[in-house]
Design a protein around this ligand. Structure first.
Ligand SMILES: *Cc1c(COP(=O)(O)O)cnc(C)c1O
Length: 367
């Protein structure tokens, strides 16, 4: 059996260091924020190449606070992609702002910059590109449009820790960048976690206040805030794991390259790294004509697969009031109907990649 994801395999490689870090926190009596989290923030800002990093409790909270710091208010519009995890749009809605979707580029699955301008109205405040599957969106084009129209760009980098666009790390190109440390992400906590990175001193200050009840010192609440603080135990664990992230990314890239070489034939289209990018392969999603059949065949052979995502956000019942319908974003809908995510993680055996590719390639020639 080849699991879609195997967090136990990763734990086996660094469990000793994680246990030492967790024990240090348990014995310290300091459980929320504190030095452990501050150290993670410093290390993560350095990793992303930004002046600041502010740790929070989830990636969703990171997006919520980054939008607030960018001045997004009730009734504003925020342009984003419908082909993403629900959290991107949910964070916009938390403010009472409206997500305005723009269809995707079929080659990268990311927002199509060529369609952004037609979605801009006098109410548009920000653009939230999502670096889906671990590959950055076309940031030069997006930043040029944002500058022309006076819009903030907030990167949803929740799947893209360490990804690059023309040498710039994910999160460092917009006014801020948001990360998730959900356990299954490329850098995952032993629980929940998130981070905002920014080069703006002002945004960093606001986000620091907002995550901790809007206070600038204890019991002095300058703005209405939230309890979005990171636990010390997650900060300590994530600092241990961050030191491994480059090795893990290289291992992912090696496995993605092998998939790309071996997945030939008519059954599937393998995803590609676009020019000028460093793809970190959070998800390896192939396109296939008969997804259900392929998924069933792989399941029969003991290979677990995933769907990211079977329903685009504009067709989710939770957001029916936005007024979108089938046909609103045909490229995103076609992607949702045809993608299948194959197992990919640093500890995945290369022989497992070969086996999966054999099964898929041979499947083309049997009935
Ligand atoms: C995981 C994810 C989020 C949300 O992060 P959480 O830590 O689960 O709140 C947001 N956007 C994208 C694209 C994600 O993949």
């Amino acid at each position: 059996m080849i699991p879609f994801l195997d967090l136990k395999a990763q734990y086996a490689t660094i469990g000793h260091d994680i246990e030492a870090a967790a024990l240090r926190v348990l014995r310290s009596g300091r459980f929320v924020l504190g030095d452990e989290v501050a150290t993670l923030e410093d290390n993560f800002a350095a990793y992303c190449g930004t002046r600041h990093a502010i740790a929070v409790n989830t990636g969703t909270s990171a997006l919520h606070l980054a939008l607030l710091a960018a001045g997004v208010k009730r009734g504003d519009e925020v342009i984003t992609t419908p082909f993403t995890f629900i959290a991107t749009a949910a964070a916009i809605r938390y403010i009472g702002a409206r997500p305005v979707f723009v269809d995707i580029d079929p080659a990268t699955f990311n927002i199509d910059p060529g369609r952004i301008e037609e979605a801009i109205t006098p109410r548009t405040r920000a653009i939230v590109p999502v670096h889906l599957y671990g590959q950055m969106a076309d940031m030069d084009a997006i930043l040029a449009i944002a500058e022309k129209h006076g819009l903030a760009v907030i990167e949803d980098a929740c799947q893209a820790h360490g990804a690059e666009y023309k040498g710039h790390r994910a999160g460092s190109m917009g006014i801020s960048g948001c990360f998730s440390f959900y356990p299954g992400k490329n850098l995952g906590a032993c629980g929940e976690g998130g981070m905002v990175v920014t080069n703006s001193d002002d945004h960093a200050k606001q986000i620091r206040m907002l995550r901790d009840w809007g206070q600038d010192r204890r019991y002095h609440h300058i703005v209405e805030g939230y309890n979005y603080r990171m636990d010390a135990i997650q900060g300590a664990i994530l600092a241990v794991k961050l030191a491994q992230l480059e090795n893990w990314i290289e291992a992912r890239r090696t496995r993605a390259r092998l998939y790309g070489q071996l997945l030939t034939g008519p059954t599937v289209d393998a995803p590609r790294e676009a020019a000028g990018r460093r793809h970190v392969w959070h998800v390896f999603a192939v396109r296939t004509r008969d997804r259900e059949q392929l998924q069933k065949m792989l399941a029969r052979e003991g290979v677990e697969t995933g769907l990211h995502y079977p329903v685009p956000v504009h067709l989710q019942p939770a957001f029916a009031d936005l007024g979108y319908d089938v046909g609103s974003f045909p490229t995103a809908e076609a992607a949702a109907d045809s993608v299948l995510s194959l197992p990919l993680y640093p500890e995945l055996e290369l022989s497992s990649v070969e086996k999966i590719c054999d099964l898929i390639v041979q499947d083309a020639y049997v009935d």
